[in-house]
Design a protein around this ligand. Structure first.
Ligand code: FES
Length: 359
C-alpha cells in the first residue's frame, strides 16, 4: 500500500547569488525561462495539499530570487500548507520579511556558510554575503519567526563547530541542523575538497554529544554525520517514494533531489500530469518503493526497515548501480570502493580547489 506524501520540497528556482561548492542542486541547472509561473506553482501547492501533503519547503537555489515569493507563500497558506522557507537570506530585506510574516510564513531555515565573514564569503563565493546574512538574521529575530540554522559542515569548517553552535544561540535559533555534507550534485564534484578527516569527524561527534546535554531546553541540535564514515547507510528520504517528493524549478517531479542522476529513470512533469498520478503511478516513483526490490543482502538484514538499503543516488554515484546496497553499509561488497575513495579524498597533500556552483 502506498501512503500519501507528507512533505514537498519546491525548488522554486535554481538562481542563487551564492555559489557554494557543496550545493546539492544538479550540476546542470535550470534557467529562469523554464521556471514555473506563480499560477503554476499555486496549482502544484493545491494539488499537493489535496493529496495529503502537510509541509511545504520553499527552496532553491535561493527562493528569494523569485520576485513573487510573497504571492507563493500566500498561495501555499491558502492551500493549507505549513510553509518553511529555506534561504541564504540574500535577497530578503526587512520589508520583504515583514511581508512574508503577513503572508503567513511559518518558519525560516537560514543557511550558514561559516562563522566569520572571511570563511563564509569564501565558501559562498560571494563577497559581503556574511554581513548581509547577519543583517537579515537580526530582522528574522525581531519579527519573531521560528528559526532553524542550517550549517553544512565539511573539511574547511568542521573545526568551527563550537563557534557555529554559539552563533545559533546568538541569532536566537530554536534549532540547528549541523549537517555534514552529503555528496550529491555540486558537492559530489567537490568531494575531495570537502571530505573531512576522521580526526575532525571524531572531534565533532564529541562536541555535539557534549552540546546536546549542555544546551538541552535551549537549542535543539540535529547532527547529520558524514555518512562515508558510518557503518550503516542513512534512510535516504525515509525510503524512496514513501513520505516526500521534490519538484524542480521547471515542474519535474522527483523522488529525491539527486534522482535525475539515475540514467534509466524518466521523470514526469506536473505541467503535463497531475501530481497524484505521478506519486502513485509513475515508474520512477515505483522503481525503488518498499523493500521487495532490494538485493538479498538487504532483504535478509535486520536493518531493512530502518535504512531501506540506504541511498539510491549514492549507490549510483559510487557503484554505477542504483539498485545496489548503499556502499556506506559495512556489509556491502561496494564498501571497499568507498573506503578507497575516502583514503584518496583525505590526502592532506592533494586538496583540490573548489569548483563553485554556477548557473
Ligand atoms: Fe536520491 Fe538518496 S539522494 S535516494
Amino acid at each position: 500500500m502506498v501512503n500519501p506524501p507528507i512533505a514537498m520540497l519546491a525548488e522554486l528556482t535554481h538562481r542563487c547569488p551564492l555559489a557554494c561548492p557543496y550545493c546539492s542542486n544538479p550540476t546542470e541547472l535550470i534557467g529562469k525561462d523554464a521556471e514555473l509561473t506563480t499560477d503554476q506553482w499555486a496549482d502544484v501547492f493545491r494539488q499537493a495539499a489535496d493529496m495529503g501533503v502537510l509541509q511545504l519547503h520553499l527552496s532553491g537555489g535561493e527562493p528569494a530570487a523569485r520576485t513573487d515569493l510573497i504571492d507563493l507563500v500566500i498561495a501555499a497558506r491558502e492551500a493549507g500548507l505549513y510553509t518553511n522557507l529555506i534561504t541564504s537570506g540574500i535577497g530578503l530585506t526587512p520589508k520583504r520579511l515583514e511581508a512574508l510574516d503577513a503572508a503567513g510564513l511559518d518558519h525560516i531555515q537560514l543557511s550558514l556558510q561559516g562563522v566569520t565573514a572571511q570563511i563564509a564569503d569564501r565558501i559562498g563565493g560571494y563577497k559581503g554575503g556574511y554581513d548581509r546574512k547577519m543583517h537579515v538574521a537580526e530582522h528574522i529575530a525581531r519579527i519573531g519567526f521560528p528559526l532553524t540554522l542550517n550549517a553544512v559542515m565539511h573539511r574547511e569548517n568542521l573545526d568551527d563547530l563550537e563557534a557555529t553552535l554559539d552563533m545559533a544561540l546568538r541569532l536566537g535559533a530554536r534549532r540547528i541542523e549541523v549537517a555534514c555534507v552529503q555528496f550529491q550534485g555540486w558537492a559530489l564534484e567537490n568531494r575531495a575538497a570537502l571530505q573531512p578527516s576522521l580526526e575532525q569527524v571524531n572531534a565533532a561527534k564529541g562536541t555535539v554529544a557534549e552540546a546536546i546535554e549542555r544546551l538541552r531546553g535551549q537549542l535543539v541540535i540535529d547532527f547529520v554525520p558524514p555518512d562515508y564514515y558510518s557503518d550503516f547507510p542513512k534512510a535516504c528520504m525515509n525510503g524512496w517514494g514513501s513520505t516526500g517528493l521534490n519538484v524542480t524549478p521547471d515542474g519535474t517531479v522527483l523522488p529525491c533531489h539527486a534522482a535525475e542522476t539515475i540514467p534509466h529513470l524518466e521523470f514526469a512533469n506536473v505541467t503535463r500530469q497531475p501530481l497524484k498520478e505521478i506519486w502513485y503511478g509513475s515508474d520512477a516513483f515505483n522503481a525503488y518503493r518498499g523493500t521487495d526490490w532490494l538485493p538479498d543482502l538487504c532483504q535478509s538484514c535486520e536493518r531493512v526497515e530502518i535504512d531501506f538499503g540506504g541511498c539510491r543516488c549514492q549507490a549510483m554515484a559510487v557503484l554505477g548501480d542504483a539498485s545496489a546496497t548503499d556502499p556506506v553499509c559495512r556489509k556491502s561488497p561496494g564498501r571497499a570502493a568507498l573506503d578507497a575513495m575516502l583514503v584518496q579524498d583525505t590526502n592532506p597533500l592533494d586538496v583540490p580547489e573548489f569548483v563553485y556552483r554556477r548557473l
